[in-house]
Write a protein that binds this ligand. Sequence first.
Ligand code: SF4
Ligand code: SF4
Length: 317
Amino acid sequence: MSHANCHGCSLCLLSCPMWQQHRDVQYSPQGIFKALQHNASYDDISSALFSCLLCGACDILCPENIDITATIKTLRKESFSRGIEAQLNKKVTSLLAQPSSRVEIEKKNTIILPGKALRSNPVRLIKIQSLLSNETDASLSLDDGDDIALALEVGVEIPEHRLHRFLEPLQGAKRLYVSNGHLLKSLRQWLPASELLAPGHRLSQLSKLTKKLNKNDLYLIEARSFHHDHQQKVTHYDQLRHQQGCQMNLDLQRNAIPTAAGGLNAIKPMLNSKEQLRWILSGRNIQRIIVECAEDEVVMSQISDLPILHIADLMEA
Ligand code: SF4
Ligand code: SF4
């Protein structure tokens, strides 16, 4: 299904951060698709196209089964080919061209790609490594593929040699933990023989951590990986919520409201991240915030005085 199949039901507006902030239908999948159906130019839609967080909340709402996030990425690529957002294209292309250090990792069955934000806290990273290791050792990839994740989000072509360099050390791993939701989705296609998991979701399955959650906690689900596996994850998080009584960043449609942390919005802020966090916190009576994603901790600490803990730190809480 393509954007031509949009019949304008407006369901995708309900969970969309763009629409929540602008209250203007042109900042929504419906607005973008209807504009194109009526011969709008790429210039006309570019502000909305590049405001999208690719959180995936709309994908699971669309009754026409339009893969909205994939369509938005394709439209971004087409915008670049028309010379729109040339500076952004150049910036991401130059990041992809930077030589990455040669990645030598001990071949292990389990490899973790923690991402920049988690890597900046080595003590926590070791803790997570040990929590995720279980019966087998888990090794850390030295190349997080942050540039590749950004290119996937922005819609910039990834050079073959860069992709090969990134994937080669990961080949053969039975299980990969990948913090970045964009990367996780693409790695499922690139490495179909490996089991691909989000570390935050796996940690949320460990009762030694989750038994510390209580009704005064707001638990922040990482939205992108949640929406990729919505059916399976919504059941898991519902159970956790009912078991522990904690609150979660779920809306009435049981979609996870994303923060606007990291990725494209960090290098080209199109949505107000404080506004986004206010939406998540609005009307809640909480005493702690627990995050799955290290980037969410950084942005949350900018607007909230409440204690903010990563789920891995619950052990000592
Ligand atoms: S992916 Fe998220 S931000 Fe983008 S259109 Fe869908 S709901 Fe809106
Ligand atoms: S939910 Fe799908 S069909 Fe309905 S307006 Fe949004 S994109 Fe169009």
